[in-house]
Design a protein around this ligand. Structure first.
Ligand code: PHE
Length: 450
């Protein structure tokens, strides 16, 4: 096993550290902004079902694969592929991941800035400062978008400069239970409002005729994005992981936490959309979503504002928690190119974090002034880029490095693995089911385009 001797690499402090950090990476805007928006634009419950299938049957096996590659090599995504096989093509898979991560981070920072801005918007509204509140809530204001995105990126750079363990572990430990608590309270509130039943029906009663190639493509992309897969974030986090950790168990926990929080977010936001619509907020125009990119930022403040004073407390807390959730994800997005630079080009952590972070910020500023670019970035780097990365990771393990070597690595920290069903089923998923499903999904979409 090749272990980097670079002292700028890190490791997780506690046994829980990795799980918290990986869950922190997974849980973010993907769950609370991405998932409900996709449900709303892609046929409600039908999308939910395909998303669950993609997460558990495709995402989970790929997550185990990524963490195993990372822990075995102790390297960044490019270095890891180099270390495991002499074929020159596979390091390019790692490089593609680094590129997707960089591009995703550039638009993610803008949306994270919106969430952060809304925490203060709610506060200014309560303090009777409507001008400041209006300024913060204008998602079309390029200058404002650029300012909050810059604040967010500087925070990310600061944490990554300090190293991987302390900040991420601590932030996630308190954020996650609080976020779940506030989601549950809000769901109970919404369910008691007259008019929410239509949203519940939309979210939980599937109309299978809605399932088509487009829906499956979006669900697959959403599952990869939400679980932080396909771009090496979990190869990188796995590279800091101790041999004592049980990889399949950790991956199962992260998948369940991520899918669970997305499900709760949908249960809150889909009914809240219908409430907002019946209160005169323009959610649908001619049966189509008015603006999908900013949907959540229209629906949630409307909900909080309908609750009176207590709504302000919920609103501020919710958007602050969402910002922290986004921060634990931007950290993992920036960590990928930074670990690559540290390992492969021998730069210091501080310098890598600053230069790469500021470089990405330039793209974020362009997006701040043109938020409609987000849709295109999502299609190319998220919906196509991440599943493609996942497909290549499966091919790599299944046919180059071999699943047997991966199982040997998993045996550390999971002594009885050879007696489990997992050991029989996982290789079949990695070699056949996952790559075939991803290829089919991407292929169908390509065919649909021409
Ligand atoms: N999973 C994160 C979210 O749901 C986004 C992310 C994607 C993070 C890819 C890292 C890598 O918000």
């Amino acid at each position: 096993m090749a272990v980097s001797t670079n002292t700028d690499r890190g490791s997780w402090n506690s046994k829980l550290g990795f799980i918290l950090a990986a869950a922190g990476s997974a849980v973010g805007l993907g769950n609370i902004w991405g998932f409900p928006t996709q449900v709303a634009s892609n046929g409600g419950a039908a999308f939910l079902i395909i998303y669950l299938i993609c997460s558990f049957l495709i995402g989970f096996p790929v997550m185990v694969a990524e963490i195993t590659i990372g822990r075995n090599t102790g390297k960044n995504p490019v270095g890891a592929f180099k270390a495991l096989h002499s074929n020159k093509f596979f390091p390019l898979v790692g490089l593609w991941g680094v590129i997707c991560g960089v591009m995703i981070l550039s638009f993610y920072t803008v949306i994270a800035g919106w969430a952060f801005g809304y925490a203060f918007e709610e506060l200014f509204l309560a303090l009777n400062m409507p001008a400041a509140a209006d300024w913060l809530k204008d998602t079309g204001n390029g200058l404002k978008n650029a300012i909050v995105a810059t604040v967010f990126m500087l925070g990310t750079i600061k944490i990554i400069s300090g190293g991987v363990s302390d900040g991420i572990e601590r932030a996630t430990k308190t954020m996650m239970p609080l976020l779940i608590g506030i989601l549950v309270i809000m769901i109970v509130y919404v369910l008691f409002q007259p008019g929410s039943a239509e949203g519940i029906r939309e979210y939980l009663l599937p109309d299978f005729s809605m399932i088509n190639a487009d829906l499956i493509f979006s669900a697959m992309g959403q599952a990869f994005f939400s679980l932080s897969l396909g771009m090496g974030a979990l190869i990188t986090y796995g590279s800091y992981l101790n041999k004592k950790e049980n990889i399949p168990q950790a991956a199962a926990f992260v998948t369940l936490a991520d899918v669970g929080i997305a499900f709760l977010a949908g249960l809150l936001i889909i009914p809240a959309m219908y409430l907002a619509q019946s209160n005169g907020v323009n959610i649908f125009v001619d049966g189509q979503l008015a603006d999908s990119t900013t949907l959540v930022f229209t629906v949630l403040p409307a909900l909080f504002n309908s609750m009176g004073f207590i709504g302000t407390i919920f609103g501020v807390t919710f958007f602050l928690l969402l910002s922290i959730a986004a921060l634990t994800s931007t950290i993992s997005l920036l960590e990928v190119p930074v670990s690559y630079a540290i390992d492969e080009y021998d730069v210091t952590r501080k310098k890598a974090a600053r230069n790469i972070g500021l470089g990405i910020l330039v793209v974020s500023i362009i997006i701040s002034f043109n938020p409609n670019l987000i849709d295109y970035f999502v299609i190319v780097f998220n919906n196509i880029g991440l599943p493609l990365g996942g497909f290549l990771i499966c091919v790599f393990i299944g046919y180059a490095w071999k699943t047997e070597n991966a199982i040997n690595e998993m045996e550390y920290g999971f002594a009885g693995i050879r007696q489990t069903l997992f050991v029989k089923v996982w290789p079949i998923f990695i070699k056949f089911i996952c790559p075939a499903a991803i290829l089919y999904t991407l292929g169908q979409t390509l065919v649909g385009l021409f």
